[in-house]
Design a protein around this ligand. Structure first.
Ligand SMILES: [Zn+2]
Length: 366
């Protein structure tokens, strides 16, 4: 009993710390404005889902962009890429909206029995910068019970676990479960601000076919060829995937159907969320080096190649940043574009690979 008590105290403290962890993002004064998801759905007030919305507004009319990072708490490139925009971008025409923690209720715990570290660290010139490694789904504690079958509002039926997945909850329900409430707020954010472009950032297990890919709603068929071509010119080979019409609840389907935004979803490869991986460490999260994935690549069962050098977070974040910048460039040249969205001061794919993401993160203690 004493041993059990000691264990429950130790694990209890660890659990409590993560549940109450408040991530720090640097909000540059005079450049970035901060609002909350509860401004778009009051039912998120006083819940874990009430994330910050960061806005960089040039004050000049032009197209707008929403970057969705942190939908799935175990896909770090998504959150770090959004943070790079938050902490570096300046906008000289148009407006940029950034979510770094789209589902905060997936960032206050990690999956049991996975042995996942609660945080990971990125080397920067000012020391290490800490980020949270969370879970794919909304915390059980915040959304309970989990139904046997999740019935999306379209009538589409999914496994009950998907009721906790923000990216199955769109366009959302104003007073639904917490994941649906968050999805509702993000849909309203898009609608009320008439957001021109939306890019939802993700990562996938190396054995998952939709990898190093960009999923697009069919109304973007007129842009996708040029986006893929221009990314390839920058050294980023990416697969275009059309959004399946009967796969419901995802950003690239529902935001495309229910709003005027042109929506894309980008995937990079993350060994730490895969099922073949070995020991779950911070190093794996950042470097993507895993001997089992190297073996799996030799056996031909991964969709992204893993050699001894892994697939580093620098490359994954670089891909996301380049993908967003390319989508914006291509859109600016579309005949329908009224003015242009001009985002400055973002590093290129090559610069991120050469200098490392840490060189583009600000010091939260300054
Ligand atoms: Zn994801």
């Amino acid at each position: 009993m004493v041993i059990a008590l000691v264990f429950s105290v130790i694990t209890g403290i660890s659990f409590y710390k993560m549940r109450n962890y408040d991530a720090t993002f640097v909000v540059r004064e005079g450049i970035v404005e901060q609002t909350k998801l509860s401004d778009y759905n009051p039912n998120l007030e006083d819940t874990c889902g009430n994330a910050d919305i960061f806005t960089i507004d040039s004050g000049k009319p032009g197209p707008s962009l929403l970057i969705i990072g942190g939908t799935h708490g175990n896909e770090p490139a998504s959150q770090v890429a959004a943070t790079l925009f938050l902490e570096n971008a300046t906008v000289s025409s148009g407006k940029v909206f950034i979510l770094t923690e789209a589902n905060k209720c997936g960032l206050n715990f990690s999956y049991p029995q996975e042995g996942a570290p609660q945080t990971y660290h990125i080397d920067t010139p000012f020391g290490e910068r800490e980020f949270v490694y969370g879970a794919r789904a909304t915390n059980f504690v915040d959304q309970w019970p989990v139904p046997e079958v999740y019935i999306h509002r379209s009538g589409s039926k999914m496994s009950g676990q998907e009721s906790r997945n923000l990216n199955r909850a769109y366009p959302g329900v104003i007073d639904g479960n917490i994941s649906e409430r968050i999805a509702y707020a993000i849909t309203e954010l898009v609608k009320q601000n008439d957001i021109t472009l939306t890019v939802d950032l993700h990562e996938a297990a190396p054995e998952y076919p939709v990898n190093n890919a960009i999923v697009y709603h069919e109304k973007n068929s007129d842009m996708i060829g040029q986006i893929v071509f221009e990314l390839e010119m920058k050294g980023v080979v990416i697969k275009p995937e059309s959004s399946p019409k009967d796969f419901r609840g995802l950003t690239h389907r529902e935001l495309g159907d229910y709003t005027d935004t042109r929506v894309f979803l980008a995937e990079t490869s993350n060994a730490s969320q895969g099922r073949i991986r070995g020991e779950m460490t911070e190093e794996l999260i950042v470097t993507g080096i895993d001997k089992f994935y190297t073996k799996a690549t030799e056996l031909g069962i991964t969709y992204v190649d893993y050699d001894e050098s892994g697939v580093h977070l620098n490359e994954r974040v670089g891909r996301h940043v380049a993908t967003i910048m390319t989508i914006v460039d291509v859109y600016n040249r579309m005949p329908e574009a009224e003015g242009s969205l001009d985002i400055n001061n973002m590093p290129t794919y090559d610069e991120i690979i050469t200098n490392g993401i840490g060189n583009y993160l600000l010091n939260p203690d300054e």
